[in-house]
Design a protein around this ligand. Structure first.
Ligand code: FAD
Length: 488
């Protein structure tokens, strides 16, 4: 298939053709990542393979902290090294190479500066686009503008390569082509078995930070958000239907009814001049089989129903983002010297899946916690993420959206009623919900008003969650309602 095949993405696209387009535009390494993610979910179990011997008390360590996974959470390497810790980053591919594009609101980016990771002028250069406003719109429903949400596009590649350069200046060791296979904790150290092209080796550290994202065997959250797409050129520019306005971020958009049990949701964010990052995703339960390659085929096939123009994929980006409903046990590592971060810990919103924003919020507290835990026995926490209180209630909504109990335009009707309600509540609560800042009591108000607008929601909650979970969730909502009224 020629490079020109990436143009004019119309008609039925087979899975092989979709893989071909990813290879042509992203290269063999990126295609390997795509196939790896599709494989790994089927096999993600803690491995006993070649588990090292338990390191004795007082064992000499190679590093204080080893971060397994050189994706977004490798930004912790330079902040830990700045505290004087001996840090290594293990990555099965190459660390510090972003395979994503990231959006956040301006204030959410501040921890990058506050943590000493980047200077003010560097942050300014990392922001490649800013938008006037954002919208959420639903098939057969309305379009609801919102300000101050995901309105800064960040050059993800530049951010991670800057973090890598800063890490290297601070003495961090990068071990590219090193995959963590298994580990064993001792009283004050952890032994790691690591696989390289030349065979296995063992590394001993005080602490393992598991930043392997969806590939971690401890990423046991009950939901998952398969997402595919990438940076595109050639989309029709303008503010009409099917056009891309370079001043507007499209945060959520549905353009069709449920297909094969899934409501597909689109996003489109302007990037560098002439470029737009476009994704399609759906909500799913973790135990269900998913295929990113299949989703790519659908992306190429149905993009023309979302955007017009002579679309050309210039950089594929994709991933599986774990999500936790808070209705099941939390993802946690085995007792010992392992700390989960990022997608593996799944403490971000299971509704918006904004793991970049959640990471930014966690950089400073996670650096503090991990730096202490490396040296104080008994202080190792299961995870080092900030969790917003509102997720305790929105988790069940996400679980419902992942259910396959809906048909036709039912999900569109529900989303439309929800966003119409949020919009009517005002820009404050609307933006706060999407930035994970909404107080649980305000979320209860939102639920009450949505139910008034869309009474079918009660039946949908029971159908989507099942009676027991719906009851448990109703109890949490009632508690927040009583708590909120008492506080008022
Ligand atoms: C397409 C897409 C777009 C997104 N856009 C946004 C956005 O605009 N805003 C937002 O807030 N969030 C966004 N997110 C979410 C965000 O990207 C993730 O939450 C974030 O990347 C999680 O960081 P992480 O470090 O936990 O995992 P990752 O960044 O996924 O990194 C995990 C790393 O671990 C490596 N690895 C896996 N197994 C091993 C092993 N055994 N040994 C060593 N290394 C291993 C992988 O190769 C990978 O590099 C997006 C996600 C996707 C998929």
């Amino acid at each position: 298939m020629s490079r020109d095949a990436a143009r004019g993405l119309v008609g039925v696209v087979s899975r092989d053709a979709a893989r071909g387009l990813v290879r042509e535009t992203g290269g063999d390494e990126l295609l390997e990542r795509l196939d790896h993610l599709d494989r790994v979910r089927a096999a993600a179990r803690p491995s006993e393979e070649g588990t090292p011997d338990t390191p004795d008390a007082g064992t000499e360590t190679d590093f204080d902290v080893v971060i397994a996974g050189g994706g977004l959470f490798s930004v912790l390497a330079p902040t830990l090294a700045a505290r004087g810790l001996r840090v290594a980053v293990l990555e099965r591919g190459r660390a510090g190479v972003a395979h994503r594009e990231w959006n956040a609101s301006g204030p959410e980016l501040r921890p990058l500066v506050e943590s000493g990771l980047v200077a003010e002028d560097e942050l300014e250069r990392l922001v490649i686009a800013r938008y006037r406003t954002g919208t959420c719109s639903f098939h057969g429903g309305g379009s609801y503008p919102v300000d101050g949400v995901l309105d800064h596009a960040v050059d993800a590649g530049a951010l991670l390569s800057l973090a890598r350069a800063r890490s290297e200046q601070r003495g961090v060791t990068f071990l590219d082509g090193h995959a963590l296979v298994s580990q064993r904790s001792g009283p004050d150290a952890i032994a790691l078995r690591v696989r390289t092209r030349d065979g296995d080796r063992e590394i001993v550290a005080r602490l393992l930070v598991d930043a392997r994202g969806a590939s971690s065997p401890y990423a046991t959250a009950d939901l998952v958000c398969p997402t595919v797409g990438g940076v595109m050129t050639g989309l029709a520019s303008g503010s009409g239907p099917g056009e891309m306005d370079p001043e507007v971020g499209e945060i959520l958009a549905t353009v069709d009814p449920i297909h094969e049990g899934r409501q597909h949701v689109w996003e489109a964010f302007p990037g560098r001049p002439g470029e737009t990052t476009v994704y399609v995703f759906y909500y799913a339960r973790a135990e269900e089989p998913t295929s990113l390659v299949k989703l790519y085929a659908r992306f190429f096939e149905t993009l023309p129903t979302y955007k017009r123009g002579d679309a050309r994929l210039v950089r594929p980006t994709f991933g599986l983002i774990p999500g936790w409903s808070r209705l099941t046990p939390a993802p946690a590592p085995p007792p010992g010297r392992v700390v989960l971060v990022g997608d593996a810990a799944a403490r971000h919103s299971p509704l918006t899946y904004c793991g970049f924003g959640a990471t930014l919020r966690s950089i400073v507290p996670a650096t503090d916690l991990i730096a202490r835990a490396a040296f104080e026995p008994g202080l190792v926490p299961p995870h080092a993420m900030q969790d917003a209180p509102v997720h305790a209630l929105t988790g069940a909504l996400a679980h419902m959206l992942a259910s396959r109990a809906f048909h036709g335009d039912e999900m569109n009707g529900l989303l439309d009623a929800s966003f119409a309600t949020l919009h009517a509540m005002g820009q404050g609560p609307y933006a706060e919900l999407l930035r994970d800042e909404l107080a649980p009591e305000a979320l209860v108000t939102f639920l009450e008003r949505t139910a008034r607008r869309h009474p079918a929601v009660w039946g949908q909650v029971v159908r989507g969650l099942g009676l027991t979970r719906a009851g448990r969730w109703g109890w949490s909502v009632a508690r927040s309602m009583v708590g909120g009224r008492a506080a008022a």
